[in-house]
Design a binder for this molecule. Structure first.
Ligand code: ASP
Length: 443
């Protein structure tokens, strides 16, 4: 009997629990929104003390716990990337393989992003979401300085690796870790000892990932409750065409374009990839950050999909930083939308410019919430569209940010699978085993 009971609790995978946490968070958030009504808050006295619902729950408990959850994920990113990348590169028998891995990964990341933005532009021209709209906005958008592309490449090389780690500069950490790993593989006996130590540290860090992942259903719950208690869904209605178009192209990219690319370049069954991505996509959706999701994306690539560490430790962190197909989709649609609202005709050259800039821009900006809008400023400037146009879409960007982050991480894993397959570094048994790497509570 006891056995049967524990069996049935084991049926709930972590993914299911996170999903339940998410739905419960959305419902609770909405209930709070309804409760607080137009005024956006309710004050009452509890044992003689003035209590505000917003202050206590939304800005207090939900917001505080949500921030702690995101910080716990982010805390793992730098040590995890550095240590697993050193393990991955130091175990490469042939360092020239590294160049091939890098070339394939970067090439595929650029290709998928270019396809994403081109699809977005085509769909936006077809549906014309901004045609005939007369929008005004009170919101101001002040563009941050867009990164200069030459500087982006120069900045990949760290002058002080400790500073790079302290700032969480992913590309610099990758460059240093790869160099360190290659040096370890060339260092004979000393290298073997260092490599063994790094492998042990990696195991320990992965245990911290497991602990944090087990808290995810609660973390996701508070993040969603806070968001849906405060989000203004009415702004979505005003921009419904834009919102649903971006949303639709994101879904299309994940469910149609990725499967076609995966199948044609690697022969792998895309349904398996999509099903195994659910957990990671939920994390990405709730945190809106490819970077914060990185520990989970790496776990999925390695343990669920069977991408061996030599590839996953390199390709996944690189993707979290430079591969943002979802973001590029938003930029493609937003550019056409803003041009239509302002009545500007864009030429074919302009569109090619948009594709090029959006693709390159995604290399230079980190996977953190809302960064897509900063990149959009860069794209708009390239084709002489008013950057203030961003203020038109900012109101609906939060939900789209969540959705595009889920697409971004799915793209990272898809490319990792293709690269791994082509290098003979994909464990096919793990890929085909639907139960591989599934986390269940054993309580
Ligand atoms: N939040 C996205 C990511 O982390 C970037 C963005 O589109 O703003 O991948």
């Amino acid at each position: 009997m006891t056995e049967q009971l524990s069996d049935s609790t084991q049926k709930y995978s972590l993914t299911a629990k996170i999903f339940i946490g998410m739905i419960a968070g959305v419902i609770v958030g909405f209930l709070f929104k309804l409760l607080m009504g137009e005024a956006g808050d309710i004050q009452f006295a509890l044992f003689g003390i003035d209590v505000s619902i917003k202050g206590l729950f939304i800005d207090g408990i939900f917001s505080g716990l949500g921030q702690i959850f995101i910080a716990s994920l982010k805390m793992l990113v730098v040590p995890l990337v550095f240590v697993s990348l050193v393990c991955g590169t130091s175990s490469l028998s042939d360092p020239s393989k590294l160049g091939r891995l890098g070339g394939k990964s970067v090439g595929l990341y650029i290709m998928t992003t270019a396809i994403a933005v081109a699809t977005a532009i085509a769909m936006a021209l077809l549906i014309a979401p901004g045609e005939g709209l007369n929008l005004t906005t009170d919101t101001q958008f002040v563009a941050k300085e867009a990164p200069n592309l030459v500087q982006v490449f120069v900045d990949m090389f760290p002058s002080n690796p400790i500073a790079s780690m302290a700032q969480g500069n992913m590309l610099q950490i990758i460059v240093f870790a790869v160099l360190f790993g290659v040096a370890v593989s060339l260092a004979g006996d000393a290298g073997k000892r260092v490599s063994a130590a790094f492998n042990d540290i990696n195991t320990v860090i992965m245990n911290i990932v497991t602990i944090v992942m087990n808290l995810a259903p609660y973390g996701v719950f508070v993040l969603m409750a806070k968001l849906f208690a405060t989000i203004g869904l009415d702004t979505i209605l005003g921009l419904a065409k834009y919102f649903f178009l971006v949303f639709g192209v994101l879904v299309m990219h994940a469910l149609i374009t990725y499967p076609i690319i995966l199948k044609s370049l690697s022969g792998l069954n895309p349904i398996i990839l999509l099903r195994k991505m659910r957990n990671t996509a939920l994390f990405a959706f709730s945190t809106s950050s490819s970077n914060a999701t990185l520990p989970i994306t790496m776990d999925t690539a390695k343990n669920r999909l069977g991408v061996k560490p030599t590839v996953s430790s390199f390709t996944i962190p690189l993707g979290a930083t430079i591969n943002m197909d979802g973001t590029a989709i938003m930029q493609g649609v937003a550019t056409v939308f803003i041009a239509q609202v302002y009545g500007v005709d864009l030429s074919v050259t302009d569109f090619l410019m948009v594709i090029l800039t959006a693709t390159l821009a995604s290399i230079g900006t980190a996977g953190v919430p809302g960064v897509g809008l900063i990149m959009l400023a860069m794209v708009l400037q390239q084709v002489n569209l008013p950057v203030e146009g961003i203020a038109l879409i900012i109101g609906v960007d939060r939900l789209l940010d969540m959705t595009r982050t889920a697409v971004n991480v799915t793209g990272d894993c898809m490319v990792a699978c293709i690269v791994a397959k082509s290098e003979g570094e994909l464990d096919m048994d793990t890929y085909h085993d639907m139960e591989a790497g599934v986390r269940r509570d054993v309580d």
